[in-house]
Write a protein of this length. Structure first.
Length: 322
C-alpha cells in the first residue's frame, strides 16, 4: 500500500514537471517553425495542458480500467471549473475581455452536451469514441478559424505572445518536447498503477478514484498555470487555458476509453457526475460571457465555485458510505 501511495505522489510530481516541459518545448518548437503565437496558444497549449489526462486515460484504458479514464475526464472538468477557477478568482478576480475566449465558451457547452448525450445509454462504444474524436478535429478547426479572423484585434494575442519562449534554440525546444512527452508517458503509467492499487486496497471503484485523486492530480498543472497567469494580469489566458483543457478532456480524453476499451458506463456517471459538470460549465459561460454583467468572475462567484467543488466531493464521499 505504501509503495502505491509513493507511486501516486511521484506520478503527480512527474506529470506536473513533464507537462510544463512538454508545453514549453512544443510552443517554442512551433514558434521556431513560424506558427503564430495566437494559434500556438489556442491549440498547442490547450493540448499540452490536457496531455496528462490524455495519457492517463489511454494508459488506464489499455490496462482494462476504463472507469478510471472516464472519471479522470469528467472529474478534471469539474475540478478545473470549480476548484481551479474558483480558487483563482478568490485570489485575483478574473476579467474576460477576449472575443475569442467568449466565442469559445458556447463550443465548450456544445462539447459538454455532446459528451453527455453519448453517455446517456450508459455505454461508451467505439462509435462514441469516433464521434468524440471527430468533434475534437472540428473544434480545433473552428478554434483556428476564430484565431485567424481575430488575430489583429483580440487582446489575448499580446498575452500569448508574451508567454511563448522567443529565445529558445530549435534543438533545445525539440529536446524539451520529447523529454516532456517521455516523462508524461512514464509518470502516467506510474500514477495509474498506484491508483489501481489504492482502489483495490480500499475496495473503491476505478471511477471514484478517477473522479477524485486522479482528477485533482492531473489538474494541478492547470491550477499552477491559471494562478500564475492571473498574477501576471493575463486573465484571458487564465480562463482560455481552462476552456481549452476542458474541451480536450471531453473530446480527446473521453474518446480514449471508447476507442481502446469500449463498454458499459456506471449509471452514477449519468445521474451524478455529468449533471454536475454540465451545471458548472453553464455557470462558467454565464459568468465569463457577461450575460448578467460584463465578463468577470469575481470573488463571490469564485467562492460559490469553490463551495461547489467541496460539495461535490462530499457527495462522492456519501455515495461511498451509503
Amino acid at each position: 500500500m505504501l509503495i502505491q501511495i509513493i507511486a501516486i505522489l511521484a506520478g503527480f510530481a512527474l506529470l506536473i514537471w513533464g507537462a510544463d516541459r512538454f508545453v514549453i518545448g512544443a510552443s517554442a518548437t512551433a514558434r521556431n517553425l513560424g506558427v503564430s503565437p495566437l494559434l500556438i496558444g489556442l491549440t498547442i497549449v490547450g493540448f499540452g495542458t490536457s496531455a496528462p489526462e490524455m495519457l492517463v486515460s489511454a494508459t488506464a484504458s489499455l490496462n482494462g480500467n476504463p472507469g478510471l479514464a472516464i472519471g479522470n475526464a469528467i472529474g478534471s472538468n469539474i475540478t478545473n471549473i470549480a476548484l481551479v477557477l474558483g480558487l483563482t478568482a478568490i485570489i485575483v478576480p478574473l476579467r474576460v475581455e477576449s472575443g475569442i475566449i467568449k466565442r469559445e465558451l458556447p463550443i465548450l457547452l456544445l462539447a459538454t452536451l455532446l459528451a453527455g448525450s453519448l453517455l446517456l445509454d450508459t455505454n461508451l462504444s467505439t462509435l462514441d469514441g469516433i464521434l468524440l474524436f471527430t468533434g475534437l478535429v472540428v473544434m480545433l478547426g473552428w478554434t483556428v478559424h476564430l484565431g485567424l479572423s481575430s488575430r489583429k484585434s483580440d487582446p489575448v494575442l499580446e498575452e500569448y505572445a508574451d508567454e511563448i519562449p522567443t529565445d529558445m534554440p530549435f534543438s533545445t525546444s525539440l529536446f524539451w518536447l520529447f523529454a516532456g512527452l517521455l516523462v508524461l508517458v512514464v509518470s502516467s503509467r506510474l500514477l495509474v498503477w498506484g491508483s489501481i492499487g489504492v482502489a483495490t486496497h480500499f475496495g473503491v471503484s476505478d471511477l471514484i478514484i478517477g473522479l477524485t485523486i486522479v482528477a485533482l492530480g492531473t489538474s494541478l498543472p492547470e491550477l499552477a498555470a491559471t494562478i500564475a497567469c492571473a498574477f501576471k494580469d493575463e486573465h484571458d489566458i487564465a480562463i482560455g487555458n481552462i476552456i481549452g483543457s476542458n474541451m480536450f478532456n471531453l473530446l480527446a480524453v473521453l474518446s480514449m476509453p471508447g476507442l481502446i476499451a469500449p463498454g458499459p458506463v456506471d449509471t452514477a456517471v449519468i445521474t451524478r457526475d455529468v449533471p454536475v459538470m454540465a451545471v458548472l460549465t453553464l455557470a462558467l459561460v454565464i459568468m465569463a460571457r457577461g450575460v448578467i454583467k460584463p465578463g468577470l468572475i469575481n470573488r463571490l462567484e469564485g467562492s460559490i465555485l469553490l463551495l461547489a467543488y467541496f460539495g461535490y466531493q462530499a457527495m462522492l464521499y456519501f455515495s461511498l458510505t451509503s
